[in-house]
Design a protein around this ligand. Structure first.
Ligand code: AMP
Length: 187
């Protein structure tokens, strides 16, 4: 079987986490969400969690050095040998360059970059709804605006960085349709 190694790229609120989780389950590969790892570290009060807290609460990015080390360790976990979905990493050009060199060392390559996209109106509406449902500390309106701005400045340029691998999917379509379209692209 071809090893499935996929990066999910897209703005906050586009449904990236939900889709990445569903697709990873379907394909039987780990869903590696840096946001989930950081939130868990915060809940457990580990040094990583304490370091990340202030950045996350402002909607800013946690420093590259922290994320790079975290992903380097995670990708070397035996469960990641057969493939993986990276959700929320890389988020900056420097993280993308780090990932390339790491994958080179591991003799791994990226099969595809799924770019989920939606308009700002759809994103803000969904994020505000999620704030009510889940109570995430980074889902209040001011922080949401900052996260969207950080995405535009730091992460959106990665669509060009990965242009040959990028497949764009409309994240405002119904959930099941989005999953189906992603699976078709990865087939
Ligand atoms: P997410 O769940 O992917 O939206 O991530 C939530 C928060 O975790 C982000 O707003 C950042 O503060 C932090 N974070 C997650 N992934 C990264 C990353 N690759 N680089 C920097 N910060 C990150």
């Amino acid at each position: 079987m071809v090893k499935t190694r996929v990066i999910f790229l897209g703005p906050p609120g586009v449904g990236k986490g939900t889709q990445a989780k569903l697709v990873a389950e379907k394909l039987g590969i780990p869903h590696i969400s840096t946001g989930d790892i950081l939130r868990k570290a915060r809940q457990e009060g580990t040094p990583l969690g304490l370091e990340a807290k202030a950045y996350m609460d402002r909607g800013d990015l946690v420093p590259d050095s922290v994320l790079n080390g975290l992903v380097e360790a995670r990708l070397q976990n035996p469960d990641a040998a057969q493939g993986w979905i990276l959700d929320g990493f890389p988020r900056t050009r420097s993280q993308a360059e780090f990932l390339q060199s790491l994958l080179g060392k591991l003799s791994q390559g990226v099969a595809a970059v799924i770019h989920l996209d939606a308009t700002t109106d759809v994103l803000v509406e969904r994020l505000l709804k999620r704030a009510q449902l889940e109570g995430r500390t980074d889902d209040d309106e001011e922080v949401i605006r900052n996260r969207l701005a950080v995405y535009q400045k730091e992460t959106a340029p990665l669509v060009d960085f990965y242009h040959e691998l990028v497949r764009v999917i409309d994240g405002s379509s119904p959930l099941e349709l989005v999953t189906q379209q992603i699976l078709e692209v990865l087939h």
